[in-house]
Design a binder for this molecule. Structure first.
Ligand code: ATP
Ligand code: MG
Length: 299
């Protein structure tokens, strides 16, 4: 399969053809460009033009294929191959074009800051930010994070995604991959080393954490760790337990700020994990900020 994607205006005209072959006439530069881009794509790749690239921001990684003349289009077109989803988990950041000045929201940001002061003293908090799409939930959280500046703390950010609502613990997997600094070309061995390094920031006792979280991240451990031999239920319980232990370990070292974005898209296992973390948060140096849209009712 080859895919070309173009973004722009199209004119949809009358229905053409008969029976199942009926299709709408789509006129304009965009369908032509899409067809030409498809022609440029190698098998099993996706090719896009510059304007689509701008709309997608850094949601994906791209390879620059240069500026090419395209038949039927009277200007050269900058063309990109899409390599795959990027490790930038934050929709807010990936799509941010330019930062507009913040309007209002002083109270919301001040509330978060007060909760953070208390969290630093060991009185942990969970703050829920709920509202319609685009109302500014992420912007409030972002503003509070920016205001922390160089103050010593650990920051963990988790992003739920509408495309991963059925993959267990997807936000935690993406967070770990990001924190460990995985790269597309890393071997299993390198990934395992990076995972160990990031987990060691929370705890010295990793004999259980590494094999469980390596399994979660689909990293083969070879003969470096004994096989897990656990039932799926037991494996899940232990993985959730190890996650809580990681949070405890991090919060014992430095105040910990956890941002959980868009939990209306979380998978059921992530919700279980959040339950456990929220139970523990009250007595840790932790502030958890959770954002979601009103369609979600927190248990
Ligand atoms: N108070 C504000 N002042 C200036 N710009 C704002 C403000 N609130 C939101 N925006 C801008 O509006 C856009 C949408 O905001 P944001 O992404 O924070 O919404 P959201 O509630 O997180 O939406 P979603 O449910 O889609 O995640 C962003 O570009 C953001 O910078
Ligand atoms: Mg948001």
């Amino acid at each position: 399969m080859r895919v070309g994607i173009a973004t722009g205006l199209v004119v949809v005209g009358d229905l053409l053809g008969e029976g199942t072959a009926r299709e709408q006439a789509v006129i304009g530069e965009t369908p032509n460009l899409a067809a030409r881009l498809q022609g440029l794509a190698e098998p099993n790749t996706v090719v896009i033009a510059d304007n689509t690239r701008r709309m997608l921001g850094s949601l994906f990684d791209y390879r620059d294929l240069g500026t090419l003349p395209i038949a039927g289009i009277d200007y050269p077109v900058h063309v990109w191959r899409v390599l795959g989803a990027s490790l930038v988990g934050s929709r807010f950041e990936a799509l941010r074009v330019a930062s507009t000045p913040l309007i209002g929201r002083e109270e919301e940001v001040a509330l978060l800051t007060r909760r953070w002061e208390r969290a630093k003293a060991g009185d942990g908090s969970v703050v829920l930010i709920v509202g319609e799409p685009g109302i500014g939930k992420s912007r409030i959280a972002q503003t509070m994070l920016e205001q922390l500046g160089n103050e010593p703390h650990t920051r963990l950010r988790f992003f739920c995604s509408p495309h991963h609502q059925h993959s267990a613990l997807y936000p935690s997997i993406a967070q770990l991959e990001q924190a460990a600094g995985f790269r597309r070309e890393d071997t299993a061995e390198t990934r395992l080393d990076k995972l160990v390094t990031v987990l060691a920031l929370a705890s010295k006792e990793l004999s259980e954490a590494v094999p469980l979280l390596a399994d979660l991240l689909s990293i083969p451990t070879g003969d470096r760790y004994p096989p897990l031999n656990l039932t799926p239920q037991k494996r899940k319980e232990k993985t959730l337990h190890v996650q809580v232990a990681q949070v405890e370990g991090l919060a014992a070292r430095q105040p910990l700020l956890m941002l959980w974005e868009d939990i209306h898209w979380s998978d059921p296992t992530t919700l279980e994990s959040l339950d456990l973390l929220i139970d523990r948060a009250a007595t840790l140096r932790v502030l958890m900020i959770l954002t979601f849209r009103p369609e979600f009712t927190p248990p």
